[in-house]
Design a protein around this ligand. Structure first.
Ligand code: SF4
Length: 354
């Protein structure tokens, strides 16, 4: 049996430097190689640097280490430039990551866990519960894989899992992305359904990422039906926690509201939302639900979406309806899951560009 290779990005920069030194290269080589990897370039290709690795280095290195332990085993094109990758991790678990084109900046939607424990009734990621948290290097490797396909200038943790349930990895990943991947925290958005304590914990870490609060209803009972694991949480308390996050971090926040046809998309729902948002400094982002075969929800009608937005505008609340992309990739918000999507070529849903 061959021993498992060590993922290069599971080591810190200092540790990589030590490994390189022990193999006859210099720590600066390690720095160069890591930057290449994190920018999606081949690890040892950068003619401008003039670096050359000692003879035989790569052969010895690759016996023990792997540049990227996650394999992209399936790619689905959205037909509009979006691309979903099914990644197989070293232990055989599978996750998804998506590269999305963007008018201003191409972005990537990353997973932070295998599956998700939150069990939102309208989301595929929570269908089978959570298997485990991703390791920091498994999050970095999603960036590596997606950047090999093209530029990525923004990251959103809106794939499978709750990043606030995996803060240990997030704490490791963000400085690496900032210092070696040219992706500072202001270009990183972390989405959460709560509870308020999770948002406060995120604030206390001072990571300076943008918060996205997944609200979906102001009615605690309805929200509890949609997100059973959060049934005990009062929605206004979540908005208060988002305000505290803004005060603490100086970063604005988003409020996400998935419109489910006939469930939370009435004018009365819009009025409740407007009342709750009044005076707050968060930006409201509406999302028309993306269908998932196992789920009985319906997409909101265009008329309902228009009426919903009209009420909000009348109440002076600025909001946007997220542009949908990735129609055929089933890579939209709430559609990511582990494993192959059962119906990916026929879905008529859209992908969200945050
Ligand atoms: S919407 Fe987010 S929190 Fe809810 S199940 Fe899906 S991934 Fe988890």
């Amino acid at each position: 049996m061959t021993a498992k290779k060590i993922p290069f990005l599971s080591l810190s920069l200092a540790e990589c430097g030590e490994v390189f030194r022990a193999m006859g290269a210099s720590p600066r080589h390690a720095q160069w190689v890591r930057r290449n990897l994190l920018h999606g370039r081949p690890p040892v290709a950068n003619p401008r640097t003039g670096f050359t690795l000692p003879l035989g280095f790569l052969e010895s290195f690759e016996q023990e280490y792997t540049w990227c332990s996650s394999l992209s085993v399936e790619q689905i094109q959205g037909g509009d430039g979006s691309e979903k990758h099914l990644l197989q991790l070293a232990d055989g678990q599978r996750i998804e990551a998506v590269r999305m084109p963007g008018k201003a900046a191409p972005s990537a939607c990353l997973s932070s866990q295998v599956g998700c424990a939150m069990a939102c009734r309208f989301c595929a990621s929570g269908l089978n519960g959570v298997v485990r948290n991703l390791e920091a290097h498994e999050i970095l490797e999603q960036v590596v894989v997606l950047r090999r396909r093209g530029a990525v200038q923004r990251l959103v943790f809106m794939g499978a899992g709750e990043a606030v349930q995996n803060l240990q990895a997030l704490k490791t990943v963000l400085p690496v992305l900032r210092d070696e991947g040219s992706l500072g925290p202001r270009y990183v958005l972390v989405s959460t359904v709560g509870p308020p304590q999770a948002i406060d914990r995120l604030a206390s870490l001072d990571l300076k990422v943008t918060l996205a609060l997944s609200l979906h209803s102001l009615d605690q009972e309805l929200r509890g039906e949609l997100i059973p694991t959060q049934a005990h949480v009062e929605p206004l308390e979540l908005l208060n926690a988002a305000d505290r996050y803004r005060q603490h971090s100086g970063r604005s926040y988003q409020v996400e509201y998935v419109l489910l046809g006939g469930v939370n998309d009435s004018r009365a729902d819009a009025r409740d939302l407007a009342r709750a948002m009044k005076g707050r400094r968060g930006h409201l982002s509406l999302i028309a639900w993306n269908p998932i075969p196992e789920m009985a929800f319906e997409q909101p009608s265009q008329a309902a979406v228009r009426a919903f937005m009209e009420v909000l505008h009348q109440e002076g609340i600025s909001c946007t309806l997220r542009q949908t992309v990735g129609e055929q990739a089933t890579a939209a918000c709430g559609q990511l899951r582990a494993g192959t999507y059962p119906n990916h070529t026929t879905s008529n849903s859209g992908m969200i560009v945050p």
